[in-house]
Design a protein. Sequence first.
Length: 124
Amino acid sequence: MRYAVKNDQTKIEADSLEGASALLGGRWKFVILWHLLAGPLRFAELRRCMPLAAPKNLLRQLHDLERRGLVMREASTKPDVWVEYSISPIGRTLEPILLALEYWSERYDTHCADPVDRRRAVGK
């Protein structure tokens, strides 16, 4: 990644953002975390919340979030087999960031089809 480096501190800050982007990169990770903020969900419940996510991709993102410690997975050992996902304490620290992203998205309508409309939305 190229940086407009003014000093060593700027590079450290850019490296931190790159690390966060690698950790949270993936089309569905923010949405998964958002839904899990409300409470634990089984895989089928998450699929219903996210109908556009292919099951394979959703599962891949869940496993990555679990591996990175942002999501916890609990599987039953009883006759009724189920798997439930919940947000971890570390994942919960992302709540203010997710709320800010939701606010930003609603305010600036990032779903505009025309890039010119997006520039107008942010005042450029």
